[in-house]
Design a protein around this ligand. Structure first.
Ligand code: NDP
Length: 281
């Protein structure tokens, strides 16, 4: 088995990407392996240089290196540039390294699988970190009509919107609100999409907001890979829900396609990812 692609980050031990991508390689009978490359910041340049070998297809990049990797590669596509984060590197036939961000298109594909129409939609996004930035960019590029960003630290939401204003052609109607602000309830009342891109819920207990705000007309997406208390509360209130596994699978599918030029076997990748998650929990 040839090691041709892997995950660069620190830590990476928790990742289900090897299971997902190795299932996709196996589906095509490709005798190659996706591995974990735990990489402290000091070793990042050396790790990236190794990708230039003609045996390599590329890599995924995760925290904390998604921005730091950008100056170490040769080209970056416009989505990754706009978001300021590369999560996939492709070694080109000439030996160059090209960076992509598959989180934003992966999020859109996940919404499509839930039959949500972004164009003209009214979205409320909770969070203002790296994932929220990819989600906000994707929603704006795909024509959302209004975007409300709610965050614990208002300054982070202000900075996120300011940065996006510089990289997109047309902004929708936008609004910023605190996560515990009474006004958030009114904003959610008028929305058809509610996305949790905060880490609240990773512990299996914390809710990003009072679920009383949730109504049956919403698609509620939580980027956390498993069923969170937030999603359970949303289901109880009649909303349609989706957890973060679908976005993870779809961003992985786009990376697989970029590395191999084969259509991603998405169902097989989803099954493998679910199985790996069950093993981890
Ligand atoms: P960041 O650390 O960049 O951002 C974290 C965000 O969560 C910030 O907005 C922060 O608010 C907020 N936050 C953290 N703790 C709390 C809390 N207790 N209550 C309310 N808000 C809180 O993380 P990422 O953006 O990289 O990741 C966010 C989530 O998205 C994670 O759960 C991650 O696993 C998930 N994710 C899923 C992906 C997928 O493919 N499904 C892809 C990428 C991420 P503040 O600004 O105030 O600090």
């Amino acid at each position: 088995m040839l090691t041709t692609v892997g995950l660069i980050g620190d830590p990476v031990a928790h990742s289900i990407s090897p299971a997902m991508h190795n299932a996709a390689f196996a589906a095509y009978g490709i005798p190659e392996e996706y591995v974990l490359w735990p990489t402290p910041a000091a070793n990042l340049p050396e790790r990236v240089t190794l990708l230039r070998s003609d045996k390599m297809r590329g890599a995924n990049v995760t925290l904390p290196h998604k921005s730091a990797v950008m100056p170490l590669i040769d080209t970056v596509d416009h989505v990754a540039q706009a978001i300021g984060a590369v999560n996939t590197i492709v070694r080109t036939s000439g030996g160059g390294l090209h960076g992509l961000n598959t989180d934003a298109p992966g999020f859109i594909r996940a919404l499509q699988s839930a039959e949500y129409q972004v164009q003209g939609g009214r979205a409320v996004l909770l969070g203002s970190g790296g994932a929220a930035r990819a989600v906000a960019y994707a929603l704006i590029q795909d024509g959302v009509r209004s975007l409300v960003i709610a965050n614990r630290t208002i300054d982070h939401a202000v900075a996120l919107l300011k940065n996006l204003e510089c990289v997109v052609d047309t902004m929708p109607s936008t609004h910023i609100v605190g996560l515990d602000d009474q006004e958030l309830s009114k904003q959610i009342e008028h929305a058809d999409l509610l996305v949790n891109a905060t880490s609240a819920g990773l512990d299996g207990r914390t809710l990003p907001l009072d679920p009383e705000h949730i109504h049956a007309g919403l698609l509620v997406v939580d980027l956390i890979y498993h069923q969170t208390p937030f999603l359970s509360a949303a289901t109880d209130r009649g909303a349609v829900t989706q957890d973060g596994l679908e976005m993870l699978v779809q961003q992985g599918a786009i990376a697989f396609e970029a590395w191999t030029n084969h259509a991603a076997p998405t169902d097989i990748m989803r099954q493998a990812a679910k199985k790996a998650l069950e093993k981890h929990s």
